[in-house]
Design a protein around this ligand. Structure first.
Ligand code: ACO
Length: 360
């Protein structure tokens, strides 16, 4: 048996198609390349929810209202909750939202990571959380709640592009977890909490923080090849490289590299930081080609995510929370698709343990 379930088809979906051989991602019939240049995150929510939830004609306003509605829960974060890692704190706060299958529950869940993440980060620093402004765009308001100032056009646009880029991605581990829970008819909050719990692992959405640790470890451009070589020799994985489905470059890596270059041109990223990242990327790709010739290992979504979220002021231990801000609407759409059309997911296992003794 294959414990990673590669090649097992476990769902039919109209939501997204990951073409690993050609490095293409299509969301509801539209290619990611097009979506990242044309769509707001709110439009992506509408696109994914269409046919699964009754969406208001003014979705940006409805989502803004949902941000305001969930903000009250941030006040319930006690010292113990604030001391958790940001993703564990986010999960604990989101667990306070009631379950349901309606658009109100769905929008509160979409709003929650965008509101709770900045609130938890500010509370950790001893600062007051900043209330949402329903009239702003989702990405713009998130950054304002983090820093207390209206972000530049480039910053808001970079976060928007990130959220659009990661919004949905076939039957990845967190989406599968969300669909398994949805198949029991448990409700959207339960599905989203399952998705978030799967996302936090370093083999899935927990990689971008370690990408920055790697850049710090490398230190200078010249040291990159030797440092990476040593890391591989110690049996470590190079964070931000490799993917279960893509055998060529992850199309999301270039979508985000574009946003990082845009931020760099606006002065939000030091030129030296970007040059170091590009040198590390090239050195890692060369090394992986030499050391793992049988397995195509290319840059994945997490590599440039790390630079982008760092430049926007998110601390590295909160990067997974920002991933969840984007992916949450994918989880919800998949959960609805599963609950409406799918059956209870209940695969079989093969027993390989001891057998009962037969009496002589
Ligand atoms: N660095 C070094 N070697 C790697 C890497 C890597 N990043 N990724 C895979 N390999 C090697 C493995 O060591 C293995 O080699 P071996 O056959 O010589 O033992 C081979 O490639 C196959 O590895 P698997 O673990 O079977 O591949 P899998 O499809 O399960 O891995 C994964 C996918 C988990 C993403 C892996 O590439 C990895 O660990 N990458 C680093 C972490 C990372 O970047 N995670 C984010 C992924 S993107 C996302 O989920 C949003």
């Amino acid at each position: 048996m294959n414990s990673g379930l590669e090649d097992v088809i476990a769902a039919e979906t109209v939501l997204s198609d990951v073409d690993g051989a050609n490095g293409r991602l299509v969301i509801r019939g539209i290619s990611l390349d097009e979506l990242v240049t044309t769509s707001s995150y709110e439009e992506m929510v509408g696109l994914l929810f269409d046919g699964f939830l009754t969406v208001s004609h003014d979705l940006p306003r409805a989502l803004g209202d949902a941000r305001v509605e969930v903000f009250g829960h941030a006040a319930t974060a006690d010292a113990e909750l604030v001391a958790l890692s940001p993703v564990d704190g986010l999960r604990a706060l989101m667990a306070r939202l009631g379950d349901g299958e309606d658009i109100g529950t769905a929008l509160r869940l979409v709003a929650a990571p965008a509101v709770f993440t900045p609130a938890l980060l500010r509370l950790r620093l001893g600062l007051e959380p900043i209330a949402p402004d329903f009239s702003l765009g989702h990405a713009q308001d998130t950054l304002r709640m983090l820093t207390g100032t209206i972000p530049t056009k480039e910053q808001a646009s970079a976060l928007n592009r990130y959220l659009v880029t990661v919004v949905d991605h076939g039957l990845n581990a967190s989406t599968f977890a969300a669909r398994v829970v949805a198949s029991t008819q448990a409700g959207l909050t339960s599905s989203v909490l399952a998705g978030l719990s799967a996302l936090k692992g370093p083999l899935h959405g927990g990689a971008p923080g370690p990408v920055l640790d790697m850049l710090d470890g490398v230190g200078t451009l010249q040291d990159a090849p030797a440092w990476l070589d040593d890391a591989l020799a110690r049996g470590e994985r190079l964070m931000g490289f490799g993917h279960r489905v893509y055998r060529v470059r992850d199309p999301r890596a270039d979508a985000l590299k574009g946003a990082v270059r845009m931020l760099s041109a606006s002065g939000a990223i030091e030129p030296g930081r970007l040059a170091l990242a590009e040198a590390v990327e090239q050195a890692a790709l060369d090394l992986l080609k030499r050391k793992k010739p049988d397995r195509p290992l290319e840059t994945n979504v997490e590599f440039y995510t790390a630079l982008l979220l760092e430049a926007l002021g998110f601390p590295r231990d909160a990067f997974t929370c920002v991933f969840a801000m984007g992916r949450v609407s994918g989880w919800i759409a998949h959960a609805r698709e599963q609950a409406l059309g799918g059956r209870l997911i209940r695969p079989k296992s093969v027993y390989v343990g001891p057998v009962p003794k037969v009496a002589a």
